[in-house]
Design a protein around this ligand. Structure first.
Ligand SMILES: *Cc1c(COP(=O)(O)O)cnc(C)c1O
Length: 521
């Protein structure tokens, strides 16, 4: 009996674990005292070992069977809150009770990103070596603010990022630094771009300064919202962001970019940064990097490349072309937590001018000065965070476990599956593709031949139909996909990026979509 057939009758947890399995290998008197926190100190080593092995077994079971659970959580808003006590426990509870609640209450309230039929947004997944890396990181619990507070983290970060740089075919002129997300990476890149202007903004800020012109940042209409958020955060404001229109394939129109820069310069505005996107969020389109790099070089503008999702594809020799022009970029962000099987979070900022990034953020109080400051890299100098997680460990373990070729093979397979899906769409009279498929994202919609009085009525009807198809297949729990709007048309997005996704899952998705379309139209 599969849980997705009766999502409202059975929670997945009950189906898989009729008896909370933590208790299964435990004698009953052991269970009582074992989990209660002692007067002082942490859980004892024997208990840690026992519960630790239970947790690993549970996680292993979870990952093996995650595909049988409903992808999208079936709970209603507020349902989990209503199941949990309003006040904290005054005394410690047994660990087995806590773990049983993870199984019974928390897991059904999850949307399962590791589910092989998770096709929404950009599908991502963790992998076993990455999960182990997270476990070690939690155990070490270092704060990599200074080299000396975690030499391993500081040095492994440089090694892992240099490996990744080589795998992506990026030049050795780039230094790298890990942040939590692409949003934060891009914010730091834009701050560095601004610092590079030498306008004393670090010292004097921007407010109350009649000597400052309006600073301008250029992105395409398809750029990620994180760029505009960075402008908000840095006090540049939305007015400083100029959106450049895209061509029919959703790529930045570079003649309009050049025109906008000229226009701004004539009006006394100071162009300081262009963000080009390789793999936009709606359609995975690729801005023409070489032409944009030419324009940036001509006007001495910082070029930041947002390759948060698609950057990972550059580790395929046949896909390296997507980053052609990056050798002239000042910075580039890519997210191993998106398409390199790395547990969230791990975003990488490569930067050609690490000294400028450092100048934008370095601020060292007396109590953080060390004797080796001149010879080492202190992570805290390159961003707003003081303490930094030991994230490099999981990336280093993943690269070692799968190898460059192993990682490339998996990404190549995702692209192949997306091409197959795109072909089924193209070959069906009832469906159509709405954007090119350069990576593993397919934008499409149902367009069955239905009669309507006007073109407008037909367009509205298709929008409603596609939205309904999406909502229905998502509610069923067997798969999960998301949408966007392209040329004002409701567009379904099927993104393939999960390490457990196989051709069978993609075929089943196509079948479910067709069943739903036939039922509704
Ligand atoms: C996903 C994505 C982002 C944001 O990623 P976070 O790491 O969640 O901040 C930014 N840009 C692009 C192109 C993306 O696809």
């Amino acid at each position: 009996m599969l849980p997705f057939l009766f999502p409202h009758l059975y929670s997945a947890a009950e189906v898989f674990y009729p008896v909370p399995f933590w208790t299964s290998n435990m004698k009953s008197d052991e269970g009582k005292s074992a989990g209660f926190a002692p007067e002082m100190g942490d859980m004892n080593a024997a208990e840690f070992r026992r519960f630790g092995s239970d947790v690993i077994n549970w996680v292993s079971n979870y990952l093996e069977h995650v595909g049988e659970r409903p992808v999208l959580s079936q709970i209603k808003p507020g349902e989990l809150i209503s199941e949990l006590p309003c006040t904290p426990p005054a005394t410690g509870e047994a660990m087995e009770t806590i773990l049983a609640d993870v199984d019974r209450l928390i897991t059904p309230a999850l949307t399962h990103w590791n589910h092989p039929s998770f096709f929404a947004y950009f599908a991502t997944s963790s992998s076993a070596p990455g999960i182990f890396g997270e476990l070690f990181s939690a155990a070490f619990d270092v704060k990599a603010m200074l080299w000396r507070t975690s030499p391993a983290s500081s040095e492994l970060e440089q090694v892992a990022l240099d490996w990744l740089r080589q795998m992506m075919g990026l030049d050795a002129g780039l230094g790298g630094i890990i942040y939590d997300t692409a949003s934060v990476s891009s914010m730091h890149a834009i701050a560095a771009a601004r610092e590079g202007l030498d306008l004393q903004i670090r010292e004097d800020g921007m407010s109350g300064r009649p000597d400052l012109p309006l600073l301008r940042l250029y992105v395409s209409e398809q750029a990620h919202s994180s760029i505009e958020k960075a402008a908000l955060t840095l006090g540049l404001g939305q007015r400083s962001v100029r959106q450049i229109p895209v061509d029919a394939e959703f790529r930045m129109d570079t003649s309009l970019l050049a025109q906008a820069i000229d226009e701004d310069k004539r009006a006394g505005v100071l162009p300081f940064c262009v963000v080009a996107t390789v793999g936009t969020t709606s359609t995975s389109s690729i801005d023409p990097l070489p032409a944009i790099a030419d324009i940036c070089a001509e006007h001495k503008i910082w070029l930041h490349v947002d390759a948060a999702y698609a950057g990972s594809a550059a580790i395929l020799p046949e896909m390296r072309y997507i980053l052609a022009g990056a050798e002239r970029a000042d910075s580039l962000v890519t997210n191993p937590h998106k398409w390199l099987f790395t547990p969230f979070d791990l975003s990488v900022l490569y930067c050609r001018r690490m000294d400028v990034l450092r100048r934008a953020f370095s601020l060292v109080p007396e109590y953080l000065k060390t004797s080796e400051d001149e010879t080492v890299r202190n992570g805290m100098d390159y961003g707003i965070q003081l303490g930094r997680r030991f994230r490099a460990l999981k990336l280093w373990m993943i690269i070692r476990y799968f190898g460059h070729e192993g990682l490339a093979a998996r990404i190549r397979e995702h692209c192949r599956l997306a091409q197959s899906f795109a072909r089924w769409v193209k070959e069906s009279p009832d469906w159509e593709l709405l954007a090119p498929v350069p990576f593993s994202l397919v934008c499409f919609r149902a367009c069955p031949n239905v009669r309507e009085d006007s073109e407008e009525a037909y367009a509205t009807r298709l929008d409603l139909l596609n939205e309904k198809i999406m909502n229905n297949v998502n509610a069923n729990g067997e798969m999960f996909l998301s949408h966007t709007r392209l040329h004002d048309v409701f567009t379904l997005r099927l993104a393939i990026g999960n390490i457990r996704t196989t051709e069978a899952h993609v075929r089943r998705a196509w079948e479910l979509l067709n069943e739903e379309m036939a039922r509704l139209s």
